[in-house]
Ligand binder design. Structure first.
Ligand code: SAM
Length: 291
């Protein structure tokens, strides 16, 4: 390589709430001479929202990433302060950007990162799933062998798996996950994080499928799905507490003890006998309190 190397700054942008744009990110955007972005209209809006004059924007998408990477290296080296953003969150996380970074690194660019929100990490943090580590897989293949293989890997993973999904596919994906992993896996979904309709639900795959079947979930928006360990592999007291809560809810909505036990066992995958014992302990507790 001849001449001085350029600079490339990888900048995280908000996933829904403009207040999450960091001061460092704002400064980097204000200093940029070229911004590589997905949707130029969207990035223009970001600049106008922060009151900064929009610099030269270059559209980067999956189809032109190789060409743009070559252009960045050949024509921007040494002269431009290039910033890489995506429509939301961290570039290169289920978004374009990895190829530009690789090309810039190979060409000797100074590359730095200004970390910002990412839906995956935000969802892990708010999930409450014990910290056994996680695998981020992004969007699952939509059909065929690739989808089946991905579901199989999730079923056999000892780690929590983090999945991105769109609202119009979330129900089908939850049903497929339950078929592959069984009803008893801890399941958390997080929807519209950092936005007005932010919602997080924690339970098991079996319960989640029931929730979608009862149509009591607003499926619109952007989703992160997390599949954790089996509910009875999580700390036993956590699993028992969860079963207790479900039993109480079932009885409160009119189920007999017997059918509450059946329902909760089916929804959580916890053995019927174990659920029954928890139900008995609950009854004793109630008697102690009332006698
Ligand atoms: N680069 C982004 C990141 O760092 O999170 C992800 C981009 S990917 C194209 C978009 C997907 O991320 C959405 O379909 C959804 O699954 C997830 N996502 C993005 N924003 C979200 C939000 N506010 N709440 C929940 N999921 C979100």
């Amino acid at each position: 390589m001849s001449g001085p190397a350029g600079t490339l700054v990888v900048v995280g942008t908000p996933i829904g709430n403009l207040g999450d744009l960091s001061p460092r990110a704002t400064n980097a955007l204000a200093d940029a001479t070229v911004v590589l972005c997905e949707d130029t209209r969207r990035t223009r809006k970001l600049f106008s929202a922060i009151g900064v004059k929009t610099p030269r924007l270059v559209r980067l998408d999956r189809n032109n990433e190789a060409d743009i990477s070559a252009r960045v290296v050949a024509t921007f080296a040494g002269e431009e302060r290039v910033v890489l953003v995506s429509d939301a969150g961290m570039p290169a996380v289920s978004d374009p950007g990895a190829e530009v970074v690789r090309a810039a690194a190979a060409a000797g660019f100074a590359i730095s990162v200004i970390p910002g929100p990412s839906a995956a990490v935000a969802a892990v943090a708010i999930s409450g799933i014990p910290g056994n580590g996680f695998t981020f897989v992004g969007f699952l293949a939509r059909k065929g062998t690739a989808r089946l293989e991905a579901l199989g890997r999730i079923a056999s993973s000892p780690l929590t798996t983090v999945i991105y999904e769109a609202g119009n596919r979330v129900r089908a994906t939850t049903v497929d996950l339950e078929a592959a992993c069984g009803p008893g896996r801890v399941y958390v979904w997080a929807r519209e994080l950092t936005k007005v309709h932010e919602q997080v639900w924690r339970g098991t795959l079996g319960e989640a499928v029931l929730g979608f079947e009862r149509a009591d979930v607003d499926e619109r928006g952007e989703w992160v799905l997390l599949v954790g360990p089996n509910v009875d592999e999580v700390k036993p007291d956590v699993a028992d507490k969860h079963v207790e809560d479900l039993l109480k809810r079932a009885v409160a909505t009119g189920s007999s003890r017997r059918s509450a036990v059946d329902e909760v066992s089916a929804a959580t995958g916890v053995k019927r006998r174990q659920v029954y014992e928890i139900a008995l302990n609950l009854d004793e507790g109630v008697e102690r309190l009332t006698s």
